[in-house]
Write a protein that binds this ligand. Structure first.
Ligand SMILES: Nc1ncnc2c1ncn2[C@@H]1O[C@H](COP(=O)(O)OP(=O)(O)OP(=O)(O)O)[C@@H](O)[C@H]1O
Length: 330
């Protein structure tokens, strides 16, 4: 039986990452010194515009960067020792069984010419995590838990026979088979209609709560983050702009970029909206960063100091912000 009520350890820090940096092999900085922590049973939303570095940061932490990019910094799982990010092989060996990544396109995780059943159980059996009979039981329970209906029928299907919603659920089941302590979910729902999106995220949230799995949800969508994430980290041009408990952060954003995102999102939710609101201006391209604060060319409150000096990321209690003029209080 899968112990969905294993709440031991909930609230412990499941994963910490410090000073995460990513650059191209040609030397252009993409991510510059990000720190994040995710608690067991909680969901951290990684927010930011396209190109902010959300996916690259998460992949660096899992040792799964594509060719052409290299990382530095360190990461550790609940109380374990620190592992350097510039050793992706060691990182994958150490984190591989404890972490999972669910990608934007669920079909990319599935082999088109093999039935779902074999694909669900293969990796955990091959890696010696479960015996075949236990793997079948676990896959059956996951199918039930994830609302896939009769596991026997699902096991016989080929990927092309799955609907969009089913392929999301199968992909989630595959990711959950090894019982990961940390699950990174990259825009899981961008191709789904609004109802299905909420269903899948509700499932993810209940799995996080019940099993103690820590999750990172990568998203542009402030509405989804505010509904499903306990904590949020806002990235701008590969740097942390602001972090904190989601409700507090969105109610009292300290960074001008977060404030702009929140006001854009409020406009987006108005019924008479005629065009998609965006943060005015363009985000800079890696390797062509502006001087000082990277947000200053788009910031209505920028002053001389912002054009000259990069603000440090300052943590006060459970909030953190990188702005010379942020009002951070204990
Ligand atoms: N393999 C790569 N080689 C060089 N640059 C890359 C590579 N992959 C990503 N980048 C660059 O890194 C930056 C961050 O990309 P990333 O995909 O992490 O952004 P994101 O915030 O996840 O955006 P989106 O929400 O659109 O997925 C972008 O400027 C992107 O062009």
């Amino acid at each position: 039986m899968i112990d969905y009520k294993r709440r031991r350890g909930v609230d412990e820090v499941a994963l910490e990452a410090e000073d995460v940096r990513v650059a191209t092999t040609a030397g252009a900085e993409i991510v510059g010194g990000v720190q994040v922590a995710v608690r067991s049973g909680h969901i951290l939303g990684l927010l930011g515009e396209t190109g902010a570095g959300k996916t690259v940061t998460a992949r660096a932490i899992l040792g799964l960067l594509p060719r052409g990019l290299c990382a530095s910094g360190r990461v550790r799982l609940a109380g374990d020792h620190w592992i350097e990010l510039d050793r992706p092989g060691e990182l994958r060996a150490k984190l591989g069984r404890s972490t999972g990544l669910m990608l934007q396109n669920p079909m990319s995780a599935l082999d088109p010419v093999r039935r779902i059943g074999g694909q669900l159980i293969e990796a955990v059996v091959r890696n010696g995590l479960l015996k075949k009979a236990d793997a079948v039981n676990r896959a059956t329970e996951l199918c039930e838990r994830l609302g896939l209906g009769s596991a026997k029928e699902v096991f016989r299907l080929y990927p092309h026979e799955l609907s969009g919603g089913m392929s999301q659920r199968v992909s989630l089941a595959m990711t959950l088979m090894p019982g990961p302590k940390l699950l990174v979910v990259d825009e899981p729902t961008s191709a789904l209609d609004a109802n299905l999106r909420v269903e899948i995220l509700t499932l993810l949230q209940s799995i996080a709560r019940d099993s103690g799995t820590a999750m990172v949800l990568i998203s542009h969508d402030l509405g989804l983050v505010s509904r499903f994430c306990d904590d949020a980290a806002v990235l701008y041009s590969g740097h942390l702009a602001e972090t904190g408990p989601t409700t507090d952060l969105l109610r009292r954003p300290s960074h001008p970029y977060t404030r702009t995102l929140v006001s854009c999102s409020l406009r987006l939710s108005q019924p008479k909206r005629t065009e998609l609101p965006t943060v005015p201006g363009d985000s800079p391209v890696p390797g062509h960063w502006p001087s000082g604060c990277y947000f200053h060319p788009r910031c209505s409150q920028a002053q001389d100091e912002c054009r000259t000096y990069r603000p440090a990321f300052v943590k006060v209690a459970d909030r953190g912000v990188a702005c010379h003029f942020a009002d951070v209080k204990e």
